[in-house]
Design a protein around this ligand. Structure first.
Ligand SMILES: Nc1ncnc2c1ncn2[C@@H]1O[C@H](COP(=O)(O)OP(=O)(O)OP(=O)(O)O)[C@@H](O)[C@H]1O
Ligand SMILES: [Mg+2]
Length: 250
């Protein structure tokens, strides 16, 4: 589904991604871990087409298409979803209108008619229950005044509404209390199908207790320096990253 080959990218002339290779097949969950500043959020920004970052080398094939040639809008319409590390507030835009516009955009792209008001509200209700998002929040402006945890939960609600093919979750667990962590993780698991894939960026093994990854990667200084099974996350929790650094520098 996703094949990243020798991807180099940077910002303001500074190289951040220094040759990323990563293959994600449908049905899989990949976890990306790595120290602060290693390039995890940059990789997700590049995949969704954030124009601030410039790709200097390499290629990304998504569902047989050259992803880097698609506009950010088309990447979303083609089923890529990013849950932001720092979700933005959109004052004055109600959740209902925002989500309705997003869902209808996707419908239009697929040649489907817009969703009716009744069907849309039914869909909202159904998806809200997946992350136990309070109805009061759904009635407010997007993320405005939401607590950190509410924003993260809202991200997964939006993901549930859009049913992405490739979901990238950038530190969705940070700032979540124990119950919210479980609810959000359960929501992500409920949205898993054999046809979609998820990339989970996290610092902590505990999220991976709930969302079981098939593969764990360590991103360090713009490169993936280790790839292994779920046991790698446990090892990192115990040992940190230093042992890998020496391995990578050898
Ligand atoms: N807009 C920017 N301007 C300058 N440097 C940037 C910009 N965005 C990111 N960087 C730099 O790129 C590097 C990688 O940042 P990135 O946010 O991808 O790290 P990360 O792995 O997501 O870290 P964290 O675990 O703290 O979220 C950092 O050194 C950061 O300072
Ligand atoms: Mg980050």
């Amino acid at each position: 589904m996703l094949e990243i080959k020798n991807l180099h990218a940077g910002i303001n002339g500074k190289e951040i991604l220094k040759g990323i290779n990563l293959t994600v097949n449908k049905g899989e969950v990949h976890a990306i871990m790595g120290p602060n500043g290693s390039g995890k959020s940059t990789l997700s920004s590049v995949l969704v087409g954030n124009p601030a970052f410039k790709v200097t080398e390499g290629e990304v094939i998504y569902q047989g298409k050259n992803l880097l040639e698609l506009s950010p809008e088309d990447r979303s319409r083609e089923g890529i979803f990013l849950s932001f590390q720092y979700p933005v507030e959109i004052p004055g835009v109600s959740m209902v209108n925002f989500m309705r516009a997003a869902v209808n955009e996707h419908h239009k792209y697929k040649g489907l008619p817009p969703v009716s008001a009744t069907d849309f509200l039914k869909l909202m209700r159904e998806k809200r229950s997946i992350v136990e998002l309070d109805n009061k929040l759904a009635g407010r402006s997007v993320n405005e005044g939401f607590s950190g945890g509410e924003k993260k939960r809202n991200e997964i609600f939006q993901m549930a509404m859009l049913e992405p093919i490739l979901a990238i979750l950038d530190e969705t667990d940070s700032g979540l209390d124990i119950d919210s962590l479980r609810i959000v993780a359960t929501g992500v698991n409920k949205l898993r199908t054999p046809e979609n894939a998820t990339i989970v960026i996290t610092h902590y093994q505990r999220l991976l207790d709930y969302i079981k990854p098939d593969v764990v990667h360590v991103l360090y200084n713009g490169r993936i320096i280790k790839t292994a099974g779920p046991e790698l996350a446990l090892e990192l929790e115990k040992k940190g990253y230093d042992w890998l650094k020496t391995e990578a520098e050898e």
